[in-house]
Design a protein. Structure first.
Length: 299
Protein backbone atom coordinates (compact mmCIF):
# COMPACT_ATOMS: atom_id res chain seq x y z
CA UNK A 1 0.00 0.00 0.00
CA UNK A 2 1.25 3.48 -0.83
CA UNK A 3 2.27 5.81 1.97
CA UNK A 4 -0.45 8.17 3.17
CA UNK A 5 0.70 11.76 3.64
CA UNK A 6 -1.00 14.94 4.77
CA UNK A 7 -0.50 18.22 2.96
CA UNK A 8 -1.64 21.78 3.43
CA UNK A 9 -1.53 24.41 0.69
CA UNK A 10 -1.75 27.74 2.53
CA UNK A 11 -2.97 30.42 0.17
CA UNK A 12 -3.86 34.05 0.54
CA UNK A 13 -7.61 33.45 0.48
CA UNK A 14 -7.99 29.77 1.31
CA UNK A 15 -6.05 26.76 2.58
CA UNK A 16 -6.48 23.31 1.04
CA UNK A 17 -5.85 20.36 3.35
CA UNK A 18 -5.39 17.03 1.60
CA UNK A 19 -4.76 13.44 2.72
CA UNK A 20 -3.33 11.46 -0.16
CA UNK A 21 -0.79 9.11 -1.65
CA UNK A 22 -0.58 11.22 -4.81
CA UNK A 23 -2.83 12.74 -7.49
CA UNK A 24 -4.70 9.47 -8.03
CA UNK A 25 -4.97 8.63 -4.35
CA UNK A 26 -6.78 11.47 -2.60
CA UNK A 27 -8.44 10.06 0.52
CA UNK A 28 -9.81 13.31 1.94
CA UNK A 29 -9.77 17.03 1.20
CA UNK A 30 -11.02 20.01 3.18
CA UNK A 31 -10.81 23.76 2.64
CA UNK A 32 -10.31 26.40 5.28
CA UNK A 33 -10.65 30.16 4.67
CA UNK A 34 -7.49 32.20 5.27
CA UNK A 35 -8.38 34.77 7.91
CA UNK A 36 -6.18 35.62 10.91
CA UNK A 37 -3.16 33.39 11.61
CA UNK A 38 -4.52 31.92 14.84
CA UNK A 39 -7.99 31.28 13.44
CA UNK A 40 -6.62 29.76 10.25
CA UNK A 41 -3.95 27.55 11.82
CA UNK A 42 -6.39 26.35 14.50
CA UNK A 43 -8.87 25.34 11.78
CA UNK A 44 -6.09 23.48 9.93
CA UNK A 45 -5.14 21.70 13.15
CA UNK A 46 -8.73 20.55 13.65
CA UNK A 47 -8.68 18.96 10.19
CA UNK A 48 -5.27 17.32 10.71
CA UNK A 49 -6.20 16.17 14.23
CA UNK A 50 -9.21 14.36 12.81
CA UNK A 51 -7.20 12.72 10.05
CA UNK A 52 -4.45 11.69 12.44
CA UNK A 53 -7.00 10.05 14.74
CA UNK A 54 -8.98 8.37 11.97
CA UNK A 55 -6.31 7.28 9.48
CA UNK A 56 -2.90 8.55 10.57
CA UNK A 57 -0.34 10.01 8.18
CA UNK A 58 3.35 9.29 7.72
CA UNK A 59 4.51 12.81 6.87
CA UNK A 60 3.29 16.38 6.56
CA UNK A 61 3.98 18.85 3.76
CA UNK A 62 3.30 22.58 3.91
CA UNK A 63 3.16 24.58 0.68
CA UNK A 64 2.76 28.13 1.89
CA UNK A 65 2.49 31.68 0.60
CA UNK A 66 5.54 33.72 1.49
CA UNK A 67 8.06 35.04 1.87
CA UNK A 68 9.26 32.25 4.16
CA UNK A 69 12.34 31.61 6.27
CA UNK A 70 13.66 28.34 4.85
CA UNK A 71 17.20 28.20 6.24
CA UNK A 72 17.47 25.05 8.40
CA UNK A 73 18.62 25.92 11.89
CA UNK A 74 17.34 29.49 11.81
CA UNK A 75 15.34 30.34 14.96
CA UNK A 76 12.42 31.39 12.79
CA UNK A 77 12.67 28.48 10.34
CA UNK A 78 9.28 27.86 8.75
CA UNK A 79 7.93 31.31 9.59
CA UNK A 80 6.16 33.60 7.15
CA UNK A 81 8.32 36.73 7.12
CA UNK A 82 7.83 40.07 5.28
CA UNK A 83 4.52 39.23 3.67
CA UNK A 84 2.12 41.78 2.25
CA UNK A 85 -0.80 39.89 3.83
CA UNK A 86 -2.02 41.88 6.85
CA UNK A 87 -1.45 40.21 10.21
CA UNK A 88 0.66 37.33 8.92
CA UNK A 89 4.16 38.77 9.22
CA UNK A 90 6.38 36.65 11.54
CA UNK A 91 3.84 33.82 11.80
CA UNK A 92 5.15 30.40 12.83
CA UNK A 93 3.73 27.75 10.53
CA UNK A 94 6.18 24.83 10.28
CA UNK A 95 7.47 24.59 13.84
CA UNK A 96 3.98 24.82 15.29
CA UNK A 97 2.57 22.03 13.12
CA UNK A 98 5.68 19.83 13.19
CA UNK A 99 5.74 19.79 16.99
CA UNK A 100 2.03 18.99 17.16
CA UNK A 101 2.15 15.90 14.93
CA UNK A 102 5.67 14.55 15.35
CA UNK A 103 5.82 13.34 11.73
CA UNK A 104 8.54 14.26 9.23
CA UNK A 105 7.54 17.73 8.06
CA UNK A 106 8.68 19.95 5.19
CA UNK A 107 7.76 23.48 4.22
CA UNK A 108 8.39 25.45 1.05
CA UNK A 109 6.66 28.10 -0.98
CA UNK A 110 3.37 27.19 -2.64
CA UNK A 111 4.90 27.66 -6.09
CA UNK A 112 7.97 25.53 -5.32
CA UNK A 113 5.64 22.83 -4.04
CA UNK A 114 3.56 22.96 -7.21
CA UNK A 115 6.74 22.83 -9.30
CA UNK A 116 7.90 19.73 -7.40
CA UNK A 117 4.51 18.10 -7.93
CA UNK A 118 4.68 18.77 -11.65
CA UNK A 119 8.14 17.22 -11.71
CA UNK A 120 7.03 14.14 -9.77
CA UNK A 121 3.63 13.49 -11.36
CA UNK A 122 2.86 16.13 -13.98
CA UNK A 123 4.08 18.09 -16.95
CA UNK A 124 7.77 18.20 -16.01
CA UNK A 125 8.40 14.50 -15.40
CA UNK A 126 11.85 13.44 -16.54
CA UNK A 127 13.23 16.98 -16.64
CA UNK A 128 16.11 18.11 -14.44
CA UNK A 129 15.12 21.76 -14.57
CA UNK A 130 11.80 23.53 -15.02
CA UNK A 131 9.75 26.40 -13.66
CA UNK A 132 6.16 26.75 -12.51
CA UNK A 133 4.60 30.22 -12.63
CA UNK A 134 1.32 30.99 -10.94
CA UNK A 135 -0.61 34.05 -12.07
CA UNK A 136 -3.38 34.61 -9.57
CA UNK A 137 -4.00 37.06 -6.76
CA UNK A 138 -0.20 37.42 -6.82
CA UNK A 139 2.52 36.15 -9.15
CA UNK A 140 5.09 33.61 -8.05
CA UNK A 141 7.53 31.19 -9.64
CA UNK A 142 8.91 27.89 -8.42
CA UNK A 143 12.29 27.29 -10.05
CA UNK A 144 13.64 23.73 -10.05
CA UNK A 145 17.28 23.01 -10.91
CA UNK A 146 18.66 19.47 -10.68
CA UNK A 147 15.34 18.36 -9.22
CA UNK A 148 15.35 20.78 -6.26
CA UNK A 149 13.98 24.30 -5.69
CA UNK A 150 16.56 27.06 -6.10
CA UNK A 151 17.84 28.32 -2.74
CA UNK A 152 20.50 30.85 -1.79
CA UNK A 153 20.15 33.81 0.53
CA UNK A 154 16.48 32.85 0.49
CA UNK A 155 13.97 31.27 -1.85
CA UNK A 156 13.20 32.58 -5.33
CA UNK A 157 10.82 35.53 -5.59
CA UNK A 158 10.76 35.77 -9.37
CA UNK A 159 7.29 37.31 -9.33
CA UNK A 160 8.94 40.46 -8.04
CA UNK A 161 11.41 40.76 -10.91
CA UNK A 162 11.33 44.02 -12.81
CA UNK A 163 10.64 43.66 -16.52
CA UNK A 164 10.32 46.07 -19.49
CA UNK A 165 7.00 47.90 -19.51
CA UNK A 166 4.28 47.38 -22.10
CA UNK A 167 4.77 50.08 -24.79
CA UNK A 168 3.11 53.31 -23.70
CA UNK A 169 2.16 52.06 -20.23
CA UNK A 170 3.05 54.42 -17.41
CA UNK A 171 0.79 53.05 -14.65
CA UNK A 172 2.67 52.83 -11.35
CA UNK A 173 1.82 49.20 -10.56
CA UNK A 174 0.12 47.58 -7.59
CA UNK A 175 2.94 45.97 -5.61
CA UNK A 176 3.26 47.63 -2.21
CA UNK A 177 7.01 46.92 -2.23
CA UNK A 178 8.09 47.48 -5.85
CA UNK A 179 5.23 49.10 -7.71
CA UNK A 180 5.69 47.85 -11.28
CA UNK A 181 7.36 44.47 -10.76
CA UNK A 182 5.75 41.49 -12.52
CA UNK A 183 3.29 40.94 -9.64
CA UNK A 184 2.52 44.66 -9.58
CA UNK A 185 1.61 44.55 -13.28
CA UNK A 186 0.21 41.08 -13.96
CA UNK A 187 -1.51 39.75 -10.83
CA UNK A 188 -5.26 39.55 -10.41
CA UNK A 189 -4.95 42.25 -7.77
CA UNK A 190 -3.06 44.46 -10.25
CA UNK A 191 -5.72 43.96 -12.92
CA UNK A 192 -8.42 44.98 -10.46
CA UNK A 193 -6.47 48.01 -9.24
CA UNK A 194 -5.69 49.14 -12.78
CA UNK A 195 -9.17 48.71 -14.26
CA UNK A 196 -11.44 49.07 -11.24
CA UNK A 197 -13.08 45.76 -12.17
CA UNK A 198 -12.68 42.10 -11.35
CA UNK A 199 -10.81 40.35 -14.14
CA UNK A 200 -13.75 38.02 -14.70
CA UNK A 201 -15.84 41.02 -15.75
CA UNK A 202 -13.42 42.12 -18.46
CA UNK A 203 -13.67 40.92 -22.09
CA UNK A 204 -10.99 38.64 -23.49
CA UNK A 205 -9.80 41.34 -25.90
CA UNK A 206 -9.31 44.01 -23.20
CA UNK A 207 -5.90 45.66 -23.50
CA UNK A 208 -5.06 44.73 -19.90
CA UNK A 209 -4.60 41.07 -20.89
CA UNK A 210 -1.92 42.07 -23.41
CA UNK A 211 -0.23 43.98 -20.59
CA UNK A 212 -0.44 40.94 -18.30
CA UNK A 213 0.98 38.68 -21.03
CA UNK A 214 3.78 41.17 -21.70
CA UNK A 215 4.89 41.14 -18.05
CA UNK A 216 4.71 37.33 -17.83
CA UNK A 217 6.67 37.00 -21.09
CA UNK A 218 9.31 39.28 -19.56
CA UNK A 219 9.49 37.00 -16.53
CA UNK A 220 9.84 33.98 -18.82
CA UNK A 221 12.62 35.74 -20.76
CA UNK A 222 14.54 36.29 -17.53
CA UNK A 223 14.04 32.67 -16.48
CA UNK A 224 15.26 31.39 -19.87
CA UNK A 225 18.38 33.53 -19.61
CA UNK A 226 18.93 32.99 -15.88
CA UNK A 227 17.97 29.50 -14.74
CA UNK A 228 17.59 27.92 -18.23
CA UNK A 229 14.53 25.73 -17.46
CA UNK A 230 13.70 22.92 -19.85
CA UNK A 231 10.01 23.85 -19.60
CA UNK A 232 7.91 26.62 -18.07
CA UNK A 233 4.44 25.75 -16.80
CA UNK A 234 1.99 28.60 -16.21
CA UNK A 235 -1.06 28.18 -13.97
CA UNK A 236 -3.07 30.13 -11.42
CA UNK A 237 -6.54 31.62 -11.53
CA UNK A 238 -5.80 34.48 -13.93
CA UNK A 239 -4.00 32.28 -16.44
CA UNK A 240 -6.64 29.55 -16.21
CA UNK A 241 -9.65 31.84 -16.57
CA UNK A 242 -8.09 33.86 -19.39
CA UNK A 243 -6.87 31.19 -21.87
CA UNK A 244 -5.91 33.86 -24.41
CA UNK A 245 -2.94 34.81 -22.20
CA UNK A 246 -0.72 31.76 -22.87
CA UNK A 247 -0.68 32.13 -26.68
CA UNK A 248 0.22 35.80 -26.24
CA UNK A 249 3.02 34.91 -23.81
CA UNK A 250 4.41 32.41 -26.31
CA UNK A 251 4.47 34.96 -29.14
CA UNK A 252 5.91 37.70 -26.96
CA UNK A 253 8.61 35.41 -25.54
CA UNK A 254 9.77 34.36 -29.01
CA UNK A 255 9.94 38.03 -30.03
CA UNK A 256 11.73 39.00 -26.83
CA UNK A 257 14.41 36.29 -27.10
CA UNK A 258 15.11 37.52 -30.64
CA UNK A 259 17.00 34.42 -31.69
CA UNK A 260 19.70 34.75 -29.03
CA UNK A 261 21.38 31.74 -27.36
CA UNK A 262 18.94 28.88 -26.80
CA UNK A 263 16.08 30.90 -28.26
CA UNK A 264 16.00 28.77 -31.41
CA UNK A 265 15.43 25.65 -29.32
CA UNK A 266 12.76 27.39 -27.27
CA UNK A 267 11.00 28.86 -30.31
CA UNK A 268 10.91 25.56 -32.18
CA UNK A 269 8.97 23.91 -29.37
CA UNK A 270 7.18 26.93 -27.91
CA UNK A 271 3.77 25.21 -27.66
CA UNK A 272 5.18 22.60 -25.28
CA UNK A 273 7.83 24.86 -23.74
CA UNK A 274 5.24 27.30 -22.37
CA UNK A 275 2.42 25.06 -21.20
CA UNK A 276 -0.34 24.81 -18.60
CA UNK A 277 0.36 22.53 -15.61
CA UNK A 278 -0.57 18.93 -16.33
CA UNK A 279 -1.98 18.57 -12.81
CA UNK A 280 -4.29 21.55 -13.28
CA UNK A 281 -5.89 22.71 -10.04
CA UNK A 282 -4.25 19.78 -8.23
CA UNK A 283 -0.75 21.21 -8.68
CA UNK A 284 -0.96 23.28 -5.49
CA UNK A 285 -2.37 20.66 -3.10
CA UNK A 286 -0.18 17.96 -4.63
CA UNK A 287 2.78 20.28 -4.05
CA UNK A 288 2.18 19.87 -0.33
CA UNK A 289 2.02 16.09 -0.75
CA UNK A 290 5.26 16.12 -2.78
CA UNK A 291 6.94 18.03 0.05
CA UNK A 292 5.64 15.48 2.56
CA UNK A 293 7.02 12.62 0.46
CA UNK A 294 10.41 14.35 0.28
CA UNK A 295 10.38 14.87 4.07
CA UNK A 296 9.65 11.18 4.59
CA UNK A 297 12.43 10.14 2.22
CA UNK A 298 14.90 12.37 4.07
CA UNK A 299 13.87 11.18 7.55
Amino acid sequence: MSVLAAGVELGGTKCVCVLATGPGGVVAEERVPTTSPEETLSAIERVLDKWQAERGFAALGLACFGPLQLKPGAPDYGYITATTKPGWRNTDVAQRLASRYGAPTAIDTDVSGAALAEGRWGGAQGLSSHAYITVGTGVGAGIIVNGRPVMGIGHAEAGHMRVPRFPGDSWGGACTFHGDCVEGLASGFAVEQRTGKNGGDLPADHIVWSMVAHAIAGLCHNLVMGSVPERILIGGGVATKQPQILPMVRRMLVDSLAGYGDAVSVSSQIESYIAPPALGDQAGPMGAIALAMDALAAA
